[in-house]
Ligand binder design. Structure first.
Ligand code: SPD
Length: 393
């Protein structure tokens, strides 16, 4: 073979070998690509920045790799069903939930040293207490660009001005829900509830929330007092009212009260508007109202407990940012029948949701609603009286 032909043959062989190698190697590198979560292929607003800090740069917080998994410590039945899966699809971060039944339970659990929660959902006055006690991480607003979607009204809250520590989640009211099939004329007032007569159909077939501040608020409001009173005589009066009311109660319940009303086991219950309205969808026989003396109004918030790792904090901020997305906020509010503090969500919300007076109470009802406020040391007086109510025969 001539040298020229030999060279051509070698070149052809080389090209063929390289082409074969390219085919085989391509398959090997493509396979893991398919296993990546979809979100890594199409960046979304809830994703962590992908850029690694340059080796010479001091690591920035936004460069922190988010944790693979977070736990939200939340009230029960307080998300939209598909929310957590959506978050995982978008970010690759797994999410699970544990539940508490009252602000006091949440506070006691964290004060007792519980760890492992990346996001918690306390109400307004409890946020204030937690900030005072140094129990919350400061939020890095750079990691929560969707904060811009909040209604400005929710950025000036007394318990956390400027949302330094927490972001409002949903807000609602506390009143009375009743079974419309079994109770034609529900009691209009707290007085008819606390002073129920044996002849009243709801006697023995109603529950109060298992929640010290909510129950004392209802009693104090019925008596015409400030629901945050620090006057011990007024509080004693409220305590006695609650003790006398016990004979007409089926019990205290925070977890199933709306189902018991829907199922007809109880006729009415003290509880949260959205819980009753969700149950109304299921049972078709529940209505909700604020008794004529008034009720409470509250704002629940997403916060990060002190002591989480930087990775968990980063993932928690991604979750908070995700909830603040207009569509997610709308889905959350509409599914739960609680009011969203997200202005951008409201702009796209169903008109039926926005105009529901049981979700967004009109001015004449708003005027009768009172926030539960932090009371400092005096909180323990409420707790002592609550223990006395609970243990009274
Ligand atoms: N099912 C979720 C109910 C949330 C209620 N949080 C309000 C607490 C007000 N004290």
């Amino acid at each position: 073979m001539q040298r020229k032909h030999l060279l051509s043959l070698i070149v052809i062989l080389l090209i063929a070998v390289m082409a074969l190698a390219a085919c085989g190697g391509g398959q090997a590198t493509e396979a893991p690509k398919q296993e990546k979560p979809a979100a890594t292929e199409a960046p979304k607003a809830t994703e962590a920045p992908k850029e690694e800090p340059k080796p010479t740069e001091a690591p920035k917080e936004e460069g922190v790799k988010p944790a693979d998994e977070i736990v939200v410590y939340n009230w029960s039945d307080y998300v939209a069903p598909e929310m957590y899966d959506m978050f995982t699809e978008q970010t690759g971060i797994k999410i699970s939930e544990d539940n508490f039944s009252s602000n006091e339970d949440l506070l006691a659990k964290l004060q007792g040293g519980a760890t492992g929660y990346s996001v918690i959902v306390p109400s307004d006055y409890t946020v204030y207490i937690m900030i005072e006690e140094g129990m919350l991480e400061e939020l890095n607003h750079d990691n929560i660009p969707n904060l811009k979607n909040l209604d400005p009204e929710f950025t000036k809250l007394y318990y956390d001005p400027g949302n330094k520590y927490c972001v409002p989640y949903l807000w609602g009211t506390t009143g009375v829900g009743y079974n419309t099939e079994l109770l034609e004329n529900p009691p209009k007032s707290w007085e008819q509830i606390f002073k129920a007569k044996e002849s009243d159909p709801w006697y023995g077939r109603m529950t109060l929330l298992d929640d010290v501040r909510e129950v004392f608020s209802a009693a104090l409001i019925q008596l015409g007092y400030d629901n945050n009173t620090k006057d011990e005589a007024q509080l004693q009066e409220a305590k006695q009212l609650l003790i006398d009311a016990k004979k007409g109660l089926a019990g205290y319940d925070t977890d199933n009260y709306e189902d018991l009303v829907g199922a007809g086991e109880n006729l009415l219950a003290h509880g949260w508007n959205g819980d009753f309205l969700q149950a109304a969808d299921e049972y078709g026989n529940i209505d909700y109202y604020i008794p004529e003396e008034g009720g409470t109004i509250w704002i629940d918030n997403m916060c990060i407990p002190k002591g989480v790792s930087p990775e968990e904090k980063r993932a928690a901020e991604m979750y908070i940012n995700f909830v603040l997305d207009p569509k997610v906020g709308d889905m959350l509010g509409e599914y739960n029948y609680y009011a969203t503090p997200n202005k951008a969500s409201l702009e796209i919300a169903d008109p039926e949701y926005k105009s529901n007076p049981l979700v967004f109470p009109p001015e004449e009802i708003r005027a009768k609603l009172h926030f539960i406020k932090p009371l400092g040391e005096f909180e323990s007086v409420y707790q002592r009286m609550w223990d006395e109510v609970k243990s009274a025969q």
